[in-house]
Design a protein around this ligand. Structure first.
Ligand SMILES: [Zn+2]
Length: 102
C-alpha cells in the first residue's frame, strides 16, 4: 500500500512538473504585448496639420504646450516623445508653438 501511495505521489509530481514546464511556452506571448504598449507610448496623433490652432491643443489652458524642437507640427499638451525623431518634447508657450510652425 505504501509503495502505491509513493508511486501516485511520484506520478503527480511528474505530471505537475510537466505542467510547469509548459507554462513558459504560454508566457512567451506577454513580452510581445509589452513591446506593443511601449510603442503605444509614442503617440502619432500628436502630429498636427500645419494650420492647426495651437490654442485648441492646450487642453488644460495653462498657456503652455509641448512641442518638438525639430518637428514643429508635433505638439502635445502633455510631456512626451516626438513620434518622428524620438526627441523629448520641450515646453513652449502657445504663441511660441504657433510661431514655430510658420
Ligand atoms: Zn521630432
Amino acid at each position: 500500500m505504501k509503495t502505491m501511495i509513493i508511486s501516485v505521489f511520484f506520478l503527480s509530481v511528474v505530471l505537475l512538473g510537466a505542467c510547469k514546464q509548459e507554462e513558459p511556452k504560454t508566457a512567451t506571448t506577454p513580452p510581445v504585448v509589452q513591446q506593443e504598449s511601449k510603442a503605444a507610448k509614442v503617440d502619432s496623433t500628436i502630429i498636427r496639420s500645419k494650420d492647426v490652432d495651437v490654442a485648441s491643443l492646450d487642453k488644460n489652458k495653462d498657456g503652455k504646450v509641448f512641442q518638438c524642437s525639430m518637428d514643429a507640427q508635433v505638439i502635445s499638451d502633455t510631456p512626451g516623445t516626438c513620434p518622428i525623431c524620438h526627441m523629448d518634447l520641450s515646453e513652449v508657450t502657445v504663441a511660441e508653438a504657433q510661431e514655430n510652425m510658420k
